[in-house]
Design a protein around this ligand. Structure first.
Ligand SMILES: Cc1ncc(COP(=O)(O)O)c(C=O)c1O
Length: 392
């Protein structure tokens, strides 16, 4: 523990705001590799594939053309128009370009949205487990994360009754993700409608994190905007489009929030990277799309293999991992201390996985997250090592 986490110099606003434990795993795995150990990486939440060639080529062209200056805070019109078309083609929606702002990854988008949606003393409903940023951003804003425990038994999806149970007078927003990290859970259209109706009736503003859209293994992957035009959406070029390190994403905000989202974008970031936005235009070409879809097929194959192997070992998984690239497994048959479990798997068996405590404050000790962001050969090796470690 260093001084800042020990609390002595900790800025007050960072109370309860924690580092990502996955980074501890990543750093330790790197150390072990330096010592000559061979580690199977199943911790990182980013695709193992390099960014698709059409995007890389477009970036080079953009740099050579001198596209290195600031852009409009909301991003270049061409890219926002690509997204207008994307919502038209994929979701049958007609969005005004103004409602879409290009951001520095979904992270930059969440930063803007947290400033739009949160204030001191307000309650924000979210599932436990969920992406750790949600509760950290809430605390940073002085708001209260209202954690709703979900588990493998309910496929990690909260029903409106659970929302109602956790609703309090100070509840102002509801933050959900579909597909979810760490769970891969996807809300069906019917479930989204139920949630959306509940939020409207309760006067709660709804934010859907659609960062893993595209990486779904179900037929129907609705955007919340199809069901609720007033919802807030965050999305990213990181995952389906394979551009993690480029730091590009977007948000969609209701009409009456466009002005304020722009003010925030200007003050927080000035603008997203110019040439990176031009590179991202190539993500909407048929050539790039074909590459993304091949990769999606690879992720699906990995998912099938890993889910079957983990279930066979005695770990509990949801009925189906419907999206993203994570298996969030209940390991209660082996341990109720996921941090020690992950530590042992890494130190003794050379498999890097993430403890559930990164994502949940309730039952995170019973879960681990395994990312299938590595090739089949490595996954097979990882599974073999886990089997040996667990005598299965
Ligand atoms: C659910 C979710 N939202 C947002 C992000 C942030 O992604 P980025 O800033 O790379 O777009 C992540 C990253 O892993 C995530 O899992």
């Amino acid at each position: 523990m260093n001084r800042s986490t020990a609390g002595r110099n900790r800025p007050e606003r960072l109370t309860g705001v924690n580092p990502f434990r996955v980074l501890v795993v990543l750093n330790r795995a790197a150390e072990l590799e330096k010592q000559g150990r061979e580690i199977v990486h199943m911790e990182a939440g980013e695709p193992d594939f390099a960014t698709a060639a059409p995007i890389r080529e477009a970036a080079k062209r953009a740099l050579d053309a001198g596209l290195t200056k600031y852009t409009q805070a909301a991003g270049i019109p061409e890219l926002r128009d690509c997204l207008v078309r994307h919502y038209r083609q994929r979701h049958g929606l007609e969005l005004a370009r103004e409602r879409i702002l290009i951001t520095l990854g979904a992270s930059g988008g969440l930063s803007i949205l947290s400033n739009l949606l949160l204030r001191p003393g307000a309650g924000v409903l979210m599932t436990d487990p969920s992406y750790p940023c949600y509760r950290n951003l809430a605390r940073l804003a002085g708001a209260e994360p209202q954690l709703m425990a979900v588990g493998v038994e309910d496929d990690f999806r909260p029903a409106p009754e659970l929302l109602e149970k956790h609703y309090r007078d100070h509840t102002e927003s509801l933050w959900l993700a579909s597909p979810g990290n760490p769970t891969g859970a996807v809300f069906s259209r019917k479930e989204l409608r139920g949630i959306s109706d509940w939020a409207d009736a309760a006067g709660v503003r709804l934010l859907l994190d659609e960062t893993y859209h595209g990486l779904h293994y179900v037929e129907d992957m609705p955007s919340i905007l199809e069901l609720n035009p007033n919802a807030y959406v965050v999305n990213s070029f990181s995952k389906y489009f394979g551009m993690t390190g480029w730091r590009l994403g977007w948000i969609v905000v209701p009409e009456d929030q466009v002005e304020f989202a722009n003010i925030l974008a200007q003050n927080l970031f000035i603008s997203p990277s110019n040439f990176v936005q031009h590179a991202a235009l190539a993500a909407f070409t048929p050539a790039a799309r074909e590459i993304f879809e091949q990769r999606r097929t690879a992720f699906r194959q990995r998912r099938d293999f890993l889910a079957a192997a983990l279930s066979d070992m005695g770990m509990l998984l949801p009925r189906e991992i419907q999206g993203a690239f994570y298996a969030y497994a209940n390991i209660a048959a082996f341990s109720r201390d996921s941090e020690t479990f992950c530590h042992e798997m890494l130190e003794q068996h050379g498999v890097a996985i993430t403890p559930g405590t990164d994502f949940g404050e309730g039952n995170g000790n019973e879960y681990v997250r395994m990312a299938f962001t590595t090739g089949m050969k490595n996954l097979e090796l990882g599974v073999e090592r886990l089997r040996r470690a667990l005598n299965r």
